[in-house]
Every structure is written in structure tokens, then in C-alpha cells.
Design a protein around this ligand. Structure first.
Ligand code: GAL
Length: 331
């Protein structure tokens, strides 16, 4: 008697906590819990417990123009997002010149220091030079809580290299890496220091000029994805594979039919969802609208991945069950 009552209670509570699969509409406006289009462009995601946190450029129309903003949202199913905070509202911290930018913020959790560490591409014109994107640095900000107000610490050139677009990768063993574009030379993958406050060691240099760098480790292979250097205009994003992060990397191949220009998007992250039944890898991309940046859209799709091949399917509605890991694309 007691047992069946307990069993019933468990079934009832399990039914209550069961999260229905999230539904995704790539390319459409993506409202948060307030009904406002999500402001997390060029973003990244980390998971804490059962909650995912999405950080990105907040390019909201109402933001004060002299500041740069990072938005943070949370979700348990990756489809419905709750606005948490404008975690960084940054005034030009180091006298960057005209048109200074804060782009592609990524947050890592450091278990040793128990701090959340944000990396960002921070840039602007050099004094006396009208052209932007010349500082080519990463900025670092920290916080004790994931969605609190981050404190800007410093900027630097990782390992003394130029750094523009950045990507984040945390390997299965918890090691944290920064992927960065070093304009004169190519793509670099580098390990962060123990406290994550600096970039400590280069793991690999890839002599390709690519931006929007993203990595996933799937079924024994690393997949590295990036775009060409065409600014806000979409181009055919490409990927390579390797057994080790230090390479050697395969030839780069198209992730989507090249004439689609990655269906009008640019990579920002590859998100691995390991569930009870399967593992899915999600392509997270931005569809930039340079003249109405606040309305830039997101293209997220589950990738066809395995055996050294990775393909971005044609965008259409799909669902994801984060518990089982199953992604289903509408016919
Ligand atoms: C893109 C880059 C964006 C932004 C843009 C500016 O290539 O990925 O993050 O920097 O150029 O033109």
C-alpha cells in the first residue's frame, strides 16, 4: 500500500518536472519570457546543473550608445529563454578609438576559483587612426555568480598575437580553450591558465583565415568549424577534423551547400547535448543584420555528424529533448 502510494507520488512529480521538447524556428524572431527578441548575438552557452545560460552581444535598440552590453538568458530546454541580466554594461575601458566594439562574449566557469570568467573580443581604432578593429585584443571580466554584474579586469593580446573573433571550447576532461583569429596568420587554439584569467599555451596553429571558430568533440573526433572573413556577410562555413586538438587537421570542407552561404548564417558555437538515448550536436549561428543589429537572428539546427562528416541540414522547424538528447527535424 505504502509502496504504491510512493510510486504514484513519484510518477506524479516526474510528470510535473518532465520538460516538453523545445521547439526551434531557425531565422525567426526569438522572444524571451518578456516577449522581446533575445539579445545574445555572437554568443556562447554554458550549463550549470540542469540549466543552460546563453551569453551574447546585447545590441538592444534602447541601450545607451556609449556603452557596450552583454546579455544573459537561462533555459532548461534551450528553446524557451528567461531574461536574467545585462551582465556587462561597459564604458570604453581603455580609450579604444571611434566605433569601439565588444563582440562574441563567452563565459567559462572556473571550478578552482569558483568564478565565472568572461572572455570577449574587444577592439577599436588606434589613436589617430580612423579605422576600427586595430587593437585586436581579448577582454576579461569576472563575477562570483553566473548572472551577476561582471567586473571588467583587463585586455591583452593572447600569447602576444592579434585576436579578433573568439570561440570557446571546454573538452570532456574540463580543460578550457580559447579559439582565436590571428589575422596575419590564421586560427589558434590555446589553453587557458588554471584560473582562466589568461591564455597560457598554444595547442595548435591552423594556417587558415577563419572567424566564428567553434569546436566539438564527438565520437572520438574533434570537429573545428569556422567562417571566411567577409564581415557581416554570410559565406560558406567550413570544418576540419582531427583526433587530437593539436592536429593534424584534415582538409576543410563545406558544412552546407556553398551556394547557400551557410543558409545566410555565421558559426558561433557547437553545442553538444548528451542525453539518455543519444548525443546531438547543435550548430549555433548568427544571421547578421548589420543595419538593424538588434534584429539579427539566430540559426540553430542539429547537425548530421559522425565518421568525420558534419552537415548542416536545411533550416526548418525542429525539436530537442535535452533529457534524451534526441533532436527531430520536421519533414
Ligand atoms: C565578422 C565577425 C563579427 C564582426 C563582423 C564585423 O566577420 O565574425 O563578429 O566582427 O565581422 O564586420
Amino acid at each position: 500500500m505504502t509502496f504504491s502510494f510512493r510510486a504514484l507520488l513519484w510518477l506524479f512529480s516526474a510528470a510535473c518536472v518532465y520538460a516538453a521538447p523545445g521547439v526551434f524556428h531557425p531565422g525567426e524572431a526569438w522572444p524571451d519570457d518578456r516577449g522581446r527578441h533575445i539579445q545574445a548575438h555572437g554568443g556562447g552557452i554554458i550549463r550549470v546543473g540542469d540549466t543552460y545560460y546563453w551569453f551574447g552581444e546585447d545590441r538592444g535598440q534602447d541601450n545607451p550608445r556609449e556603452l557596450r552590453h552583454v546579455g544573459c538568458y537561462s533555459s532548461t530546454n534551450l528553446a524557451q529563454w528567461t531574461y536574467r541580466n545585462q551582465v556587462l554594461k561597459l564604458a570604453n575601458p581603455e580609450g579604444f578609438g571611434r566605433g569601439w566594439v565588444l563582440e562574441r562574449p563567452k563565459v567559462f566557469y572556473n571550478a578552482k576559483t569558483k568564478k565565472y570568467v568572461m572572455y570577449m573580443h574587444i577592439d577599436g581604432a588606434l589613436p589617430g587612426d580612423g579605422h576600427g578593429y586595430k587593437f585586436a585584443r581579448v577582454g576579461v571580466a569576472v563575477c562570483d555568480t553566473i548572472d551577476g554584474n561582471y567586473q571588467y579586469l583587463k585586455s591583452f593580446r593572447p600569447l602576444d598575437h592579434e585576436s579578433r573573433d573568439i570561440g570557446q571550447f571546454v573538452d570532456d576532461d574540463g580543460t578550457a580553450y580559447l579559439i582565436f583569429e590571428d589575422r596575419p596568420f590564421g586560427f589558434r587554439i590555446a589553453r587557458l591558465s588554471d584560473d582562466y584569467l589568461t591564455v597560457e599555451k598554444e595547442i595548435c596553429f591552423i594556417p587558415e583565415h577563419m572567424e566564428g571558430g567553434a569546436i566539438v568533440h564527438y565520437d572520438g573526433l574533434y570537429y573545428l568549424l569556422g567562417s571566411k572573413l567577409t564581415g557581416w556577410s554570410a559565406n560558406p562555413n567550413k570544418y576540419a577534423t582531427a583526433k587530437s586538438l593539436s592536429g593534424p587537421w584534415s582538409e576543410f570542407q563545406d558544412v552546407a551547400p556553398p551556394e547557400t552561404n551557410t543558409y545566410g548564417s555565421q558559426s558561433t558555437m557547437l553545442l553538444k547535448i548528451t542525453g539518455t538515448k543519444t548525443t546531438s550536436v547543435i550548430f549555433m549561428g548568427d544571421i547578421w543584420k548589420p543595419h538593424t543589429q538588434w534584429d539579427s537572428r539566430y540559426l540553430w539546427m542539429p547537425l548530421e555528424i559522425g565518421g568525420g562528416k558534419m552537415t548542416l541540414p536545411k533550416p526548418r522547424e525542429w525539436t530537442l529533448d535535452v533529457a534524451t538528447g534526441e533532436a527531430k527535424i520536421s519533414p
